[in-house]
Structures are given as structure tokens and as C-alpha cells.
Design a binder for this molecule. Structure first.
Ligand code: FPP
Length: 238
């Protein structure tokens, strides 16, 4: 039985602070990201064990290409490592992997690795693990608008049928519930173009801990905090 009175169905995490963590430890940024992957392994496992429906992780934004090429290479390398080392366990745990973002813009090896992970786990019915890669929330909305416009042009739907629901079904997160809880580590309090539409009624948690130091204890604290929140969705709870 879960120790939490109420669990979020969908948790989103902005894993911030790897660079500062590396600086604090006087090591290369790449090693900060590597430590960040360690933190995310245990959070994924715990989310699956708790029975959370969806976990969305912001791994690489469309703006992250602006970083030093060495750092970008390190992140792309970690991505490949992650998929080759974790895929068996994730599949065994019935985790369904989905990439949020423009996969076509990824380097070929990374694109193939993520497509094959999606393909291999698409029938799994456990945790939906969404990894945002080459992702931008505004770009996602533009893409959805284009998809719907195209369907109207082809006569498959009318403009009146463009609703909150049909728009949601044209997003990368199609079929998944809205984000209930968004966690951003390192004390920064911004959404940074992450899941703009899906976070409309999300609860926010901003722990000051840097991502590589984020433990199960911090995760549980955020989940307990969420369970105590009074969610009104614009209405009133008497
Ligand atoms: C933010 O820290 C973190 C990122 C831009 C990348 C997050 C990626 C990982 C944790 C690893 C790769 C993911 C997978 C799925 C293998 P920052 O570098 O912006 O930190 P700073 O603000 O302290 O500089």
C-alpha cells in the first residue's frame, strides 16, 4: 500500500543543476550530467514501483543545441549509454517509452536508439516514460495547430471540432493525462518552454537541491506535498 494519500497521475521533472553541481565538485560538466543520469535512474524505478502513470523528463530542449559542442556531445553520448544500459530493465518493468520532441533533428545514432526503444516498448502497459529530447513547448503547439489545420483542409474534421480535447490529442503526449505535479530542481522557478499546454493545472514544486543530489527522499517529500495540496481547477472546494 502506498504511503501517499493521493499520487499524481502524471509527474514532470525539469532536471536542473547538473552544471552547478559539476562546478561545486570542480569537475567537468559532462560528469555533472553523468551523475544526473544516476539520479534519474532511481526516480524512474520508483515512479514505476509506485504505480505512477506517466513520468515526463526534460532531457534536452531545442535551445540546448546552443551549448558548447563538447557538452552537447557528452549529453548525446549519455543518451546512447542510457538506452543501451537501461532498455532491458525498463522493458522488463513493463515501461512504455515515448520521446517528446523532434526526433528527426537528432543525430542518426541517437535517433535510431530512441526509435528502437519506442518500438520495443510500445505495447507495455506500465509507467509511461516520456523523455523530452529536442523538445520545445511552443514548437509542439505549432505542430499540433498544423496537424489540425491539415486535417481540416483534407475535410477530415471541421473547424468546430478543434477543441481542447482534439488539440490535446495532436500533442506528443497524446492519450496521457495532464501533468499533475511539476518538479524543477536547483531552486529555479521557470517552466522553460516545457509542456506548456499539459501544465495548465499542474502543481509546482521547486526544491533547491541540484539534480544530481536529488534522492528518493526529495521525491517522496514532493509527492507528500502534492498529496496535501487543495486542487480546485478553477472551482471551489467546500
Ligand atoms: C540541466 O542542468 C540539465 C540538462 C540540460 C540536461 C539533463 C540531462 C540529464 C540529466 C542526462 C541525460 C538524459 C538522459 C535521459 C540520458 P544544467 O546543465 O542546465 O545545470 P546548470 O543550470 O547548473 O548549469
Amino acid at each position: 500500500m502506498s504511503e501517499f494519500a493521493r499520487l499524481p497521475r502524471h509527474v514532470a521533472i525539469i532536471m536542473d543543476g547538473n552544471g552547478r553541481w559539476a562546478k561545486q565538485h570542480k569537475i567537468k560538466i559532462a560528469l555533472g550530467h553523468r551523475q544526473g543520469v544516476e539520479a534519474l535512474r532511481s526516480i524512474i524505478r520508483e515512479s514505476s514501483d509506485l504505480g505512477i502513470e506517466a513520468l515526463s523528463l526534460y532531457a534536452f530542449s531545442t535551445e540546448n543545441w546552443k551549448r558548447d559542442p563538447q557538452e552537447v556531445d557528452a549529453l548525446m553520448g549519455l543518451l546512447l549509454e542510457f538506452f543501451s544500459s537501461e532498455i532491458d530493465e525498463l522493458d522488463e518493468k513493463n515501461v512504455c517509452i515515448r520521446i517528446l520532441g523532434d526526433k528527426a533533428g537528432l543525430p542518426e545514432k541517437q535517433r535510431q536508439a530512441v526509435v528502437s526503444a519506442e518500438e520495443r516498448t510500445k505495447g507495455n502497459t506500465g509507467l509511461h516514460l516520456n523523455i523530452a529530447l529536442n523538445y520545445g513547448g511552443r514548437a509542439e503547439l505549432v505542430l499540433a495547430a498544423r496537424t489540425l489545420a491539415e486535417r481540416v483542409r483534407k475535410g477530415e474534421m471541421t473547424p468546430d471540432e478543434i477543441t481542447e480535447e482534439t488539440l490535446a490529442q495532436a500533442l506528443y503526449t497524446k492519450g496521457l493525462p495532464d501533468v499533475d505535479l511539476l518538479i524543477r530542481t536547483s531552486g529555479e522557478m521557470r517552466l522553460s518552454n516545457f509542456l506548456l499546454y499539459q501544465c495548465a493545472y499542474a502543481e509546482f514544486e521547486f526544491p533547491t537541491v541540484l539534480w544530481p543530489d536529488f534522492t528518493l527522499d526529495h521525491y517522496h517529500r514532493a509527492l507528500r506535498e502534492f498529496a496535501g495540496r487543495d486542487r480546485r481547477f478553477g472551482g471551489r472546494n467546500e
